[in-house]
Design a binder for this molecule. Structure first.
Ligand code: GDD
Ligand code: MG
Length: 362
């Protein structure tokens, strides 16, 4: 018996408009809802029961995963009427744990793709006698994360969430969003009000001398919170750079789901996924991108490191680089969408409405 709490209540604002009607953890990554990868990996690590801490678009999670039979997991859903923050969500979800006070409880952020040895983190926690174990990873620019300096033995010395001044950048080790709590430590988080585990709980535990154990791990790690990371994570899974038992196929250049139609004269590369019911026409080139269910990439279009939303259309000869196309958006023929653009759901662009370079010669 091994239990986990999954934090999935965030609004996914950095991924709008994709998260307007689908919560971030359920967006299709390598052809399946992202959480399918996390749940399959948790099951592989011996987790048997997972409590979902939901808030934003809460009803979607149970509709997708039900009781968890497909993963051999027992899934339980808890909803916060008002978001309780990460710490408040952990405390609230813990009511539904069945384990004893001395048992280790895994806690996962719901947007992390990683190659971490989850069983090793949990089993090492029990052996170390720590109050909390934190998975840490190194990143080139730590400012968007929680900084976690440690001593040479791995004991956590501080926790600085999203530092704003250069003086606070004391390490490149960051909180990787997976913890093991000894159950009684969760029960001490204040109940019934918003609490940030990063800004309140961890600093308070350190101040009272608790043993926080940092486990630095250099396996694959990515927070899928931004469009660029989302498409990269999907492409990396498709290409086998990180293992997932939930990948619907073998690793390769592209993943085409059943009922998608890709013309033999289209080119799919760099870990592209074409989801159910989507169509890619002749001469189109789709690189490192996610083509969501029911969408259409028309002839000779070029889609590079982009997401094409559900039932959206990329018109003949249009080009997209690092673009997010919202659900049901329509891009007429021969548009050039500039890098970084996000088209709102349902937007319609006439033929040649957007050009970023000289007009095509005819
Ligand atoms: N239930 C619930 N309620 N879940 C929440 C809430 C809430 O009020 N707020 C956030 N979450 C969930 C999100 O859905 C996500 O799975 C997780 O908590 C973390 O929230 P993010 O919004 O993704 O946070 P972040 O990426 O900016 O920062 C966090 O992750 C970093 C690693 O990727 C922090 O934990 C950082 O310290 C860490 O470095
Ligand atoms: Mg995140």
């Amino acid at each position: 018996m091994s239990e986990a709490i999954l934090l999935v209540g965030g609004r996914g604002t950095r991924l709008r408009p994709l998260t307007t009607s689908t919560p971030k953890p359920l967006l299709r990554v390598a052809g399946v809802p992202f959480l399918a990868h996390q749940l399959a990996r948790a099951a592989e690590a011996g987790v048997t029961r997972v409590v979902f801490a939901t808030s934003y678009l809460a009803e979607c999670f149970e509709a997708e995963f039900g009781t968890g039979d497909a993963f051999g997991l027992d899934l339980v859903y808890v909803t916060e009427t008002e978001p309780l923050g990460t710490g408040g969500a952990i405390r609230n979800a813990a009511r539904h744990l069945t384990c004893g006070g001395d048992e280790p409880v895994l806690v996962f952020n719901g947007d992390i793709l990683s190659g971490l040895d989850v069983a090793g983190l949990r089993d090492g926690h029990a052996a170390s006698g720590a109050d909390v174990s934190l998975h840490l990873t190194r990143v080139p620019d730590p400012r968007a994360f929680g900084l976690v300096p440690t001593d040479p033995e791995g004991r956590v010395l501080g926790f600085l969430e999203k530092p704003t001044s250069d003086a606070e950048i004391v390490t490149d080790q960051v909180n990787a969003g997976c913890y093991v709590f000894t159950r009684t430590v969760i029960d001490r988080i204040p109940d019934g009000r918003p609490v940030s585990v990063e800004r309140e709980t961890f600093p308070a535990l350190l101040a009272e001398g608790a043993h926080l154990r940092g486990v630095l791990d250099d396996s694959y790690w990515l927070d899928l919170g931004t469009p660029a990371a989302f498409v990269r994570g999907s492409a990396d899974l498709v290409q086998g750079l990180v293992h997932s038992p939930a990948l619907p196929g073998s690793p390769g250049q592209a993943l085409v789901l059943a009922s998608a139609h890709v013309d033999p004269l289209a080119v799919l590369t760099a870990g592209t996924t074409v989801c159910e019911g989507a169509v890619v026409e002749a001469g189109a080139i789709v690189e490192g991108s996610v083509v969501l269910p029911g969408s259409r990439v028309e002839a000779d279009a070029v889609v590079h490191r982009s997401v094409v939303g559900r039932h959206a259309v990329v018109g003949t000869g249009s080009t997209l680089h690092d673009v997010v196309v919202g659900d049901s958006a329509y891009i007429g023929p021969h548009n050039e969408i500039p890098s970084g653009v996000r088209l709102a759901c349902g937007t319609a662009l006439a033929a040649q409405a957007l050009r970023t370079s000289a007009p095509v010669q005819v």
